[in-house]
Design a protein around this ligand. Structure first.
Ligand code: ATP
Ligand code: MG
Ligand code: FE
Length: 354
């Protein structure tokens, strides 16, 4: 099975071709083309939806052509087209979904509408070949969730952020310290030079018996310290970043400990898998904490390579391939959805939402 994947839900225009010889065989990445719009948005300190949608329109055709060429394929070799249908910015989603539908209609190919979060969730099945079930920590610019992945299409969201996503907290903190966008890498770089103990920042929700997150109070605490110190020296900025990163890592550690304990109580004993995905998974301090916590509890930590952790189309092609091999495709009338939670229960309860 060979699948073309298309991703346009945020600020990456991406296309990729993934192949698998048959169910059970390992997946193979034939191409992975990502055009990041970071430069288009940097001046605004964040993603501007209208600029993103226009940039997708301009770039997508040539990105798809490159993905096919680099894979050494033509449309004749493709068995299905997988496209991110949500959640994300609606303008970008429409560009991707309409393009995928046009290809499918013109080439008589089946369409598989993929949930972007499912793409992140299933990536380690491609990279590490892991089986179900496993626990997923998704930490990106738009999402912060702990999800039990029971099987293909079978997800239970155990925890989510009640305000900012973790990547968003990094980005906003960077902005208020006048560091460049995207904020995550900039904050991590500064943190490496700073003193994590200089500022006593809050650990939101630590110790609470639930698996949700809250990061907006932490960001506000950083702002308060920064305002009190202004004008900031380089040392102040580094120390604030180090203290922020320490607070974040500490908070995550508390949630993850709880999630692992719940997995032990409700799912399974013995060897188990833990997956971290999303752009924030690039953070070395967070990775080190996860490695240590997982090891202590007998979980194997799977962190996809960085280029497959942040947004890409390989993960969309792969998720589409798994569904396609399972006999599932979508109708050409499938509409993109800016809100599309992974677990159907959450949808029924809250009518959408991240
Ligand atoms: P989503 O996947 O939720 O739709 P997104 O496209 O913003 O949103 P990703 O591309 O997966 O998400 O990740 C981008 C986020 O990761 C940004 O918020 C960025 O600041 C953050 N990030 C990247 N590198 C690091 C790092 N080293 N430390 C912390 N955060 C980081
Ligand atoms: Mg992105
Ligand atoms: Fe993403």
């Amino acid at each position: 099975t060979t699948v073309l994947g298309i991703e346009t839900s945020c600020d990456e225009t991406a296309a990729a071709v993934v192949r698998r010889a048959g169910p059970g065989a390992p997946g193979e990445i034939l191409s992975n083309v990502v055009y990041s719009q970071i430069d288009d948005h940097a001046a605004y300190g964040g993603v501007v939806p209208e600029i993103a949608a226009r940039a997708h329109v301009e770039a997508l055709d040539s990105i798809i052509a490159r993905a096919l060429a680099e894979a050494g394929t033509t449309f004749g070799d493709i068995d299905a087209v997988a496209v991110t249908a949500g959640p994300g910015l609606i303008g970008g989603l429409m560009v991707g979904v309409m393009t995928a539908k046009a290809i499918c209609a013109a080439k008589s190919l089946p369409l598989v509408a993929v949930n972007h979060l499912e793409g992140h969730a299933l990536t380690p099945r491609l990279t590490d070949g892991i089986g179900f079930p496993y626990l997923l920590l998704l930490v990106s610019g738009g999402h912060t969730q702990i999800v039990l992945v029971r099987g293909l299409g079978d997800y239970a969201r155990w925890g989510t952020t009640i305000d900012d996503a973790l990547g968003e907290a990094f980005d906003k903190t960077a902005k208020l310290l006048a560091l460049p966008y995207p904020g995550g890498p900039a904050v991590e770089r500064e943190a490496a030079k700073g003193d994590p103990k200089r500022f006593a920042l809050p650990r939101p929700m630590k110790g609470e018996d639930r698996l949700d997150f809250s990061f907006s109070g932490l960001k506000t605490a950083v702002r308060r310290e920064a305002t009190a110190l202004a004008p900031l020296t380089d040392r102040d900025v580094a120390d604030l970043c180090a203290s922020f990163q320490a607070a974040v890592t500490d908070t995550l550690a508390d949630r993850v400990e709880r999630a692992l304990a719940r997995y032990r109580a409700e799912v399974a004993d013995g060897p188990a898998d833990f997956v971290v995905a999303g752009g924030v998974a690039a953070n070395a301090a967070i990775r080190a904490m996860l490695a240590e916590t997982c090891e202590r509890h007998g979980f194997t930590l799977h962190a996809p390579p960085l280029n497959l952790c942040s947004d890409n189309a390989v993960m969309i092609a792969w998720a589409g391939l798994e569904h396609f091999d399972g006999g599932e495709t979508s109708g050409l009338d499938f509409a993109p959805r800016s809100r599309w939670p992974l677990d159907a229960d959450a949808e029924a309860l809250i009518g959408g939402g991240k």
